[in-house]
Design a protein. Structure first.
Length: 85
């Protein structure tokens, strides 16, 4: 493997980790905003039971975890290629 290829893998892994963290925090913020807006209404049954379930914040958080896992794999691969000469 050429000298700089491990660096590209490590940078891409780091970017995926940052992207994943950003998406997880975005999903948490969306979920919090949604439930805060519901709690101000007079009918709080939907707030208490969390029904109907909104898949958007959960999907954002799951996508973030997938991006973090992919980033960690790429980072580990870059480190392996760095030390494997």
């Amino acid at each position: 493997m050429p000298h700089q290829d491990w660096l590209i893998l490590m940078v891409m892994g780091g970017l995926f980790i940052l992207l994943g963290l950003g998406v997880i925090f975005w999903g948490r913020r969306e979920e919090k905003h949604y439930f805060d807006s519901i709690s101000t209404r007079t009918d709080v049954r939907e707030y208490m039971e969390h029904w109907p379930h909104r898949p958007e914040p959960g999907g954002l958080k799951i996508g973030g975890w997938i991006a973090i896992a992919l980033g960690l794999c790429m980072l580990a691969l870059g480190v392996a290629f760095l030390f494997w000469k």
